[in-house]
Design a protein around this ligand. Structure first.
Ligand code: PMP
Length: 465
């Protein structure tokens, strides 16, 4: 599993692997296949580097699951968590109480999110937050007396989490059959603005309009009186880093306003600096009714998520004069709020987001573009510190390899063996590193990526120029 000559698995590694294989069911993993080869044991991390139990240092170009925005090993976050644990390890906000960290985080979030996003409801994961938003959409329209407006429109390649509701929203079809999803009468899926894969002869801008109009057609087909909301990630992440053409979001915004449909921006990946602004909604000038925040909110150090409510829905729900019958034991957990607050303070103080917008983001994108000459690489696309590198069989025709060849997974495995974490979505390799990545580390990332693309090409007998 590891590169070069390595010492044999030490006792602890073998022991952890055995315990894990026997007892631990992993998310999004074939348990039997993993048990047969043994999980790699990650023991520590700092900056953009994770380390395994055999001492290999691995460049984590994915920031965990797109979440460790300030990088690993941040002592200030650890200290903020420790202080909060000592002060008030737990209390809830159910029974007319709050605590300083929740109140301060709520205020801080209203300050950094787009104008009008003044109210927040806390949860613990992106999935829970999206589930919560679905409930709030229903509640909002019920409060308006428009009880028919229940359908949610989502997109192909969308990822919004893995609870029953969030997985139903997903446009990644493998998310559904094991669980008999999507839930009935719940969601409709429309085209994504995936120009490279589906744009054909249209220009990106023409295709952006066409993809947006698929939403309008669906609203007309279902009847606007039956549609509650449209949900979209500003940039679709887990679906393959689909960067929308500039024409796309303005048209979506127009359609939502004209047809009186709520707009949900799922900012779980795009939020907290990934695109070079605080939120994807800032980058694309989206004016959502709800925003989903998670991941970068705490840089992944503790589980916490948040639902931001825009003015219209926020006013309606805050002024409903009845109990909101919803909440989780850990909604607004004091330790999570303290860590999130410190995380935002660090991003502001160290100008991390400006750095992504003006310096390291453009540097990463330019560096990745140097890979475009590789025989496997069809498109390099990205913005800020998020990118997708799509591997194809025929560049001119934008033709993919047969899916049975699993070129993306083969490449991912070469990366893993060569101490580089890149994720594969179909045949698109994904990059989404911590915001603190240095120029030298970007150079190293690109060097390793090219080496792994070479290994992949050789594996499939494709000549290197
Ligand atoms: N929304 C988006 C856009 C995501 O990328 C994810 C996770 N990758 C989620 C929601 C779900 O978040 P969680 O895994 O924290 O439930």
């Amino acid at each position: 599993m590891t590169s070069g000559a390595k010492p044999p698995a030490n006792n602890s590694t073998a022991r952890w692997q055995a315990m894990d294989a026997r007892h631990h069911i992993h998310p999004f993993t074939d348990a039997a296949a993993l048990a047969a080869k043994g999980a790699r044991v990650i023991t520590r991390a700092d900056g953009v580097w994770i380390e395994d139990s055999q001492g290999n240092r691995i460049l984590d170009a994915m920031a965990g699951l797109w979440c460790v925005n300030v990088g690993y090993g941040n002592a200030e976050l650890a200290e903020a968590g420790y202080a909060a644990l000592q002060e008030l390890p737990y209390y809830n906000a159910f029974f007319q109480t709050t605590h300083p960290h929740a109140a301060e985080l709520a205020q801080k979030l209203s300050e950094i999110t787009p104008p009008g996003m003044d109210r927040v409801l806390f949860a613990n994961s992106g999935s829970e937050a999206n589930d919560t938003i679905i409930k709030l959409v229903r509640y909002y329209w019920n409060l308006q007396g428009r009880r028919g407006k229940k359908l949610i429109i989502s997109r192909h390649y969308a990822y919004h989490g893995s609870t029953m509701a969030a997985a139903s929203l997903s446009g990644l079809t493998p998310m559904h059959p094991q669980w008999d999803l999507p839930l009935p009468n719940f969601v409709q899926h429309v085209a994504a603005p995936y120009w490279y894969g589906e744009g054909g002869d249209l220009s990106p801008e023409e295709f952006g309009i066409k993809a947006a109009r698929a939403l309008e057609q669906k609203i007309i087909e279902m009847g606007a009186d039956n549609v509650g909301a449209f949900i979209g990630e500003p940039i679709q992440g887990a679906g393959g880093v689909i960067i929308p053409p500039a024409s796309y979001w303005p048209e979506i915004q127009r359609i939502c306003v004209e047809h009186d449909i709520l707009l949900i921006a799922d900012e779980v990946i795009c939020g907290f600096g990934r695109t070079g602004k605080w939120f994807g909604s800032d980058t694309y000038a989206i004016k959502p009714d709800f925003m989903t925040l998670a991941k970068g909110l705490s840089s992944g150090y503790v589980p916490v998520s948040a639902v931001m409510l825009g003015q219209k829905v926020g006013d309606a729900i805050a002024n409903a004069s009845e109990e909101l019958v919803h909440g989780f034991t850990y909604s607004g957990h004091p330790v999570a709020c303290a860590v999130a607050l410190k995380n935002i303070e660090i991003m502001q103080r160290d100008h991390l987001i400006e750095r992504v917008g003006n310096d390291i983001g453009p540097y990463l994108q330019a560096s990745l573009q140097t890979l475009a000459d590789h025989p496997l690489v069809g498109e390099v696309r990205g913005i800020g510190l998020i990118a997708g590198i799509e591997l194809v069989a025929d560049k001119a025709a934008r033709r993919h390899f047969p899916s049975a060849q699993d070129v993306g997974m083969t490449c991912r495995n070469f990366c893993f063996e060569n101490n580089l974490i890149m994720r594969a979505v179909r045949d698109t390799m994904i990059v989404s590193p911590p915001l603190i990545i240095s120029h030298a580390e970007v150079d190293e990332l690109v060097r390793r990526a090219r080496h792994c693309f070479d290994l992949t090409a050789k594996h499939f007998g494709i000549p290197l120029k």
